[in-house]
Design a protein around this ligand. Structure first.
Ligand SMILES: [Zn+2]
Ligand SMILES: [Zn+2]
Length: 361
């Protein structure tokens, strides 16, 4: 069994006010509403609420201290139970009446993927996208009610959208709050449903949208378009649309963060004597790369400010050019003669020439 005292960070003889204080602080820090990007927050929050639920109730705490076993997860099969606890502690206003209900009562978030080339990622662009989404029914303007009729307050929940039910547990009866089964949490119902959407207020449709792909966009960048997701239940806001950007790999440029890497090939003589090489830029005019005399194979030349634009900031990354030095093959006899003279001057121990060349000499 979990150590609830440890979960709340209080001692075994902590009094009620200490337990309450510890819970209030932990609940604020770990409440899923305050940690929307942390998938573990809900589990931690449940554990804290569970510990508080047991330790704040003298009879449950006594049973826990005795080591009595009971099915505690039963208490939290519905988040309504937690909402009840929270409103006891914080008053009704915490999290705007319960995060579960809030999450349910808006349209669905949607995700689409857009693939761009590295050139497009460099310049940024406007991309036309199509996606399927639940959209407000045009016939009833999202109300779900047929022409001439209106939505009426749900008789089952009297507009609250939720109903309280009493459930028997080992620890006695527990009040839990669940979405109203009649109106599915909306609070209103239609008497005369719209024919086009069968009263849902929404229909599936294909939408078209122009998405602004920003310069410097990275593989995996997620763009959020608020309110462009699915339409929700009547009188609820729509969800958001997330556009995941994939940047396709490039044949001659490798991207590392905001920097680019490329390679140029030069001849052995060019490496030894120095040269200038024209390199095709990713976007724009060619760029001259200066190769100093005596450049070694594998040397990386850094060209500042010629990398990718920095996403959402000024400036560019750098361009790193690797120098690949090619050793000549298939030498003509003139070339071979020159290289052999060179080898002699350098005192290099080169192999004897081929039979063909020897005959011709
Ligand atoms: Zn309709
Ligand atoms: Zn209802």
């Amino acid at each position: 069994m979990k150590d609830y005292y440890e979960v709340l960070g209080v001692s075994k003889d902590a009094d009620d006010s200490e337990i309450k204080k510890a819970f209030r602080k932990l609940a604020r820090d770990t409440h899923p509403d305050a940690n929307p990007d942390d998938p573990g927050a809900e589990a931690r929050f449940k554990e804290i609420a569970e510990a508080y639920e047991v330790l704040s109730e003298p009879s449950k705490r006594a049973a826990y201290d005795r080591g009595d076993a009971y099915a505690v997860e039963d208490l939290f099969s519905s988040f309504g139970g937690l909402d009840d606890i929270l409103s006891q502690i914080f008053g009704g206003g915490f999290g705007g009446g319960g995060f579960r209900r809030q999450q349910r009562r808006r349209g669905a978030d949607l995700r689409v993927t857009v693939a761009v080339t590295l050139e497009e990622a460099f310049t940024g662009e406007q991309r036309q996208i199509q996606y399927r989404a639940p959209s407000e029914c045009e016939v009833c303007q999202g109300s779900g009610a047929a022409d001439g009729s209106e939505r009426v307050t749900c008789a089952t929940c009297r507009g609250a959208g939720q109903v309280q039910t009493s459930r028997a547990t080992i620890l006695g009866s527990m009040m839990t709050v669940t979405d109203c089964p009649t109106c599915r949490g909306v609070g209103t119902t239609v008497e005369n449903p719209c024919q086009a959407c069968r009263g849902a207020g929404r229909v599936d449709s294909v939408r078209e949208l122009t998405v602004e792909i920003p310069p410097g966009v990275q593989d995996g960048t997620r763009l959020k378009l608020s309110g462009r997701g699915g339409a929700g239940e009547p009188d609820t806001p729509p969800g958001d649309l997330y556009v995941d950007v994939r940047v396709r790999p490039h044949d001659s440029f490798e991207r590392i963060g905001d920097d680019l890497r490329a390679a140029i090939q030069i001849d052995m003589a060019e490496a030894a004597l120095g040269t200038a090489v024209s390199l095709a830029r990713l976007v724009g005019e060619d760029i001259d790369v200066d190769i100093e005399a005596g450049t070694q194979p594998g040397t990386i030349v850094r060209i500042r400010g010629e990398g990718m634009p920095r996403l959402g900031r000024r400036g560019h990354g750098d361009l790193y050019v690797e120098v690949v030095v090619s050793v000549p093959q298939g030498l003509s006899s003139d070339e071979e003669d020159l290289l052999r003279s060179y080898a002699e001057l350098r005192g290099a121990a080169v192999a004897e020439g081929s039979r063909r060349r020897r005959r011709r000499r």
